[in-house]
Design a protein around this ligand. Structure first.
Ligand SMILES: CC(C)=CCC/C(C)=C/CC/C(C)=C/CC/C(C)=C/COP(=O)(O)OP(=O)(O)O
Length: 421
């Protein structure tokens, strides 16, 4: 690709010339992207391109989220493709923030997120009222170019968007909100002011996933029929709140789980106002950030710190309870079952944290990156959690056929075992 050669040759150019060339290359790539999108063109054989798209998405799933590869097999082929396209967009966005190359360069991450959002503007059809977003100034760099696989994955997302956008079931808000959430992480010293900010962050990076998925989960396959899409739109409205609660709860639990890992990156997600009210000082924080960075074990967490962990954990329980109550807003039996399995697993994690006296700083840090002995739940407990979920959904729906339909349970349990919770 000439772009790569160009970026290699740039080393002897002055900085001004370099950014000028990047700007030209970036603008050229963007124009080509828009032109190809407008023609909805994937150049070449249609089925070959579809296979290439699926391969690209699957390799992302295998690397990051194998359990979703399994979960997508529970959906119809069309819904699986749509969910996968949404996944690919979210995962590549998250990769911008997590990339090794970008670590400790928040301004670079901010620039790449601006480019990502500008790219999303091109994907979101201009025909809608929401289409025209005022874009920010973008500073392209050698790392902001996209590959053919990226184009194909974006094209798959565009197809998904076009399917659900006109009914108003899919809006661009969750996409913009997720980018916003990622941007809030790309700062030097990441802190959270209070519980409201923590929940907003949880909604932005995880609650939004539920909102993106609802339209496709709630629309029948033959959605061309007007009356069915009207009722699907109603169903989406009802399901929004529990779906958001579930995503936000997942993120709160992830935050409690990854406290040491985040401390290695200089990040503290527990609300500062709650920590101060419990007597945890900036010096205490500096001490555990240093210990996490050195990686030779953490001192026991102070009592005030553990009380804050307990409060955040209690909020996690509440959000999980809302999600559980709302599980029947999804079509059964798989929708409610999926929600219930997640609820049981994440609740189990909170139980384990309680058993350990709310000290989530003990265990892995440094080269162990939070995995050594951190609070986690065993394969056996994951299996018990899924059986509990099946029993609850069974009692709820009085459907015995669910066990027969869920014949891939033997595939599911090993997947769950590998899942990193
Ligand atoms: C394919 C199926 C069945 C569903 C797709 C469901 C979707 C859209 C999932 C997107 C999930 C995603 C990648 C969200 C991005 C933001 C986020 C909360 C990432 C956190 O990922 P973790 O794996 O917890 O942490 P790491 O970033 O450390 O990997």
């Amino acid at each position: 690709m000439p772009m790569v050669t160009a970026s290699l040759k740039l080393s002897w150019l002055s900085l001004g010339e370099e950014s000028n060339i990047h700007a030209q290359c970036y603008n050229r790539q963007r124009m080509t992207f828009r032109r190809r999108l407008a023609r909805t063109e994937a150049t070449g054989d249609e089925s070959e391109k579809r296979e290439q798209t699926n391969r690209a998405i699957q390799s992302l799933m295998v690397k990051h989220d194998p359990i979703l590869l399994f979960a997508s097999r529970l959906l119809s082929p069309q819904k699986a493709e749509e969910a996968s396209a949404l996944y690919a967009w979210c995962r590549r966005l998250d990769e911008i923030c997590d990339s090794e190359e970008n670590s400790s360069k928040p301004e670079l991450v901010q620039d790449q997120l601006d480019v990502w959002q500008e790219r999303f503007d091109d994907l979101w059809s201009d025909e809608t009222k929401e289409g025209a977003r005022k874009t920010t100034r973008v500073e392209p760099t050698a790392t902001t170019y996209y590959s053919e696989d990226d184009f194909l994955m974006d094209l798959a997302l565009k197809e998904c968007i076009e399917r659900y956008q006109s009914s108003g079931m899919l809006t661009r808000k969750p996409f913009d909100d997720m980018v916003q959430g990622m941007k809030s992480d790309a700062v030097e010293k990441r802190r959270i002011r209070d519980m409201a900010e923590l929940e907003l962050y949880g909604y932005r990076v995880a609650g939004t996933v539920g909102l993106m998925l609802l339209p496709l989960l709630l629309t029948p396959e033959d959605d061309a029929n007007d009356s069915s899409s009207t009722s699907a739109a109603e169903a989406v409205k009802t399901a929004r709140e529990p779906a958001t609660c579930l995503g936000t709860a997942i993120q709160l639990v992830n935050i409690l789980r990854d406290a040491t890992q985040d401390a290695v990156l200089g990040r503290i997600y527990l609300p500062t106002d709650m920590l101060r009210a419990e007597g945890v000082t900036e010096e205490d924080e500096a001490k555990w950030l240093l210990e996490a960075a050195v990686g030779e074990g953490m001192s026991p967490a102070p009592d005030g710190y553990k009380r804050v962990v307990e409060k955040v954990s209690n909020r996690g329980y509440e959000l999980l309870a809302h999600a559980e109550e709302g599980r029947s807003t999804l079509p059964g039996p798989f929708g409610p079952l999926l929600v219930q399995v997640i609820v049981e697993l994440y609740r189990d994690y909170l139980e384990e944290l309680k058993r350990r006296g709310y000290d989530n700083l003990q265990g892995g840090s440094g080269s162990n990156k939070g995995t050594m002995d951190r609070v986690k739940i065993s394969g056996l407990r994951k299996a018990q959690a899924s059986l509990r979920a099946i029993a609850k959904v069974l009692i709820d729906s009085k459907q015995t056929s669910i066990l027969i339909q869920f014949d891939s349970l033997s595939d599911f349990l090993p997947q769950l075992y590998k899942y990193k919770l």
